[in-house]
Design a protein around this ligand. Structure first.
Ligand code: NAD
Ligand code: MG
Length: 383
């Protein structure tokens, strides 16, 4: 029985994790979980998942729940996340928190010798240079949940041999794949939230539309698979059937295909190296689909992708600036305070204004993240 701590159980990935675990309850048990502020949904999940350790975001919610459920131990805040992620009985932490907030619990869980199933890509984007050495030092597994990275992991058969020519990271192109730069000026939040192939949390859906998501994934791939940025190619593939590919030195290309369903990469991260049936999983029929399409990404129309490659290549503190500014600008767009193209504009401005440092420590990353957020808020006149 694998004992799991799910961080961000009320989110899109979190709820799909519950679904996977429910169908394999003789194999997995969620012994700890965290939610943000959606307490109604948490209480619903508590009727099917009987975890004894639960963390919420605020002290007020923690006190309310503790009064109501006496036989469960409730925690709150960052400290609470760390406490549940490092509990002795936990074997693996599935981190499905969105954003920089996922970093600290990942680090502390690794240091407590827990395997990590990582959906929270921001962890690797900002702190890959700290996380990867920690993973090696503590001898834990770092298993990708992001569908493209799970695909690459599957193509590599779980092992990196150093014979990769390049990684081909597929991208649906998001909600605005065919829009011109001029049309992008006027798109709305509602338009951006309509992703053609995946139903996901709001932040990542906006990131998919700007292509910041693909940019973050390029950086995530760089760290997970130890490849150079020149060897990571983004390929637009609107059907999201090929989840990514690896091209080897001898010209062979290995791809992983399937109908878009996040439960597969979630489940594989939990069952690796084994494969279990995916209950309700739709089988791929290529003869029904008939044709798959591919195109090069347009780095001009989607400047975010160019910014991400630039930040990744610069390394050091720059990915943290890109990530922090993007999180803030993404939230401001969702709140209808800035336009769609303002997101990449403010991210670029933050990158230009930043005093770069090499190999930032965790404490420095926390400061830089805050600086980048404040920079965007000041530019928009919010502080
Ligand atoms: P979501 O917004 O649906 O859920 C996020 C979860 O994190 C919620 O449970 C929320 O309560 C919690 N949370 C948010 N801020 C928090 C904070 N400050 N402290 C503690 N908890 C907090 O997001 P999602 O779509 O499930 O994505 C989660 C992560 O997985 C992201 O990093 C995303 O990039 C990645 N991811 C998601 C998908 C997908 O299909 N949704 C695919 C690949 C990768
Ligand atoms: Mg992805």
């Amino acid at each position: 029985m694998k004992k799991i701590c799910v961080l961000g159980v009320t989110g899109s990935i979190g709820q799909q994790t519950v679904d996977v675990v429910k169908h394999h309850c003789d194999e997995f048990e969620i012994v700890a979980m965290s939610a943000g502020k959606n307490i109604d949904l948490l209480e619903k999940i508590m009727t099917v998942i009987h975890a004894k350790h639960i963390c919420v975001q605020t002290q007020e919610d923690q006190e309310y729940l503790q009064r109501k459920y006496k036989d469960i131990h409730f925690y709150w805040g960052q400290e609470g996340l760390i406490q549940i992620a490092t509990l002795q009985q936990v074997d693996i932490v599935l981190n499905a928190i969105v954003g920089f907030a996922g970093l600290m619990p990942t680090m502390k869980a690794i240091q407590a010798h827990k395997d990590i199933a990582l959906a929270n890509k921001e962890t690797l984007v900002v702190a890959g240079h700290l996380i990867i050495p920690l993973v090696k030092e503590y001898g834990v597994k770092l298993l990708p949940v992001d569908s493209e990275h799970s695909a690459i992991f599957q193509c590599l058969n779980g092992e990196y041999h150093g014979e990769i020519h390049k990684i081909i990271l597929t991208a649906s192109g998001g909600s605005f794949r065919q829009k011109s730069r001029q049309e992008l000026e006027h798109v709305t939040v509602e338009d951006a939230l309509k992703h053609p192939n995946w139903s996901m949390g709001a932040k990542i859906t906006i990131d998919s539309a700007t292509l910041f998501n693909k940019g973050l994934e390029v950086m995530e791939a760089r760290w997970l698979f130890d490849v150079h940025y020149d060897d990571i190619e983004v390929l637009i593939h609107p059907e999201s059937i090929i989840h990514s590919m690896v091209e080897y030195e001898d010209t062979a290309v290995i791809a992983q295909l399937g109908t878009p369903d996040m439960r597969l990469p979630i489940q594989y991260a939990l069952t690796y190296p084994h494969r279990f049936p995916l209950l309700g999983g739709k089988r791929l029929s290529l003869s029904d689909i008939g044709t798959l399409h591919f195109e090069k990404p347009d780095f001009h129309r989607f400047h975010a992708l160019a910014l991400a490659y630039e930040a990744g290549r610069k390394g050091g503190s720059m990915p943290c600036v890109l990530n922090g500014a993007n999180e803030q600008a993404n939230a401001l767009f969702l709140a209808k305070k800035i336009s769609f193209l303002d997101i990449e504009k403010y991210v670029e401005e933050a990158m230009r204004a930043h005093h770069w440092i090499d190999h930032p420590s965790l404490a420095q990353l926390i400061e830089i993240d805050q600086w980048a957020r404040n920079f965007v808020l000041e530019r928009v006149g919010e502080i």
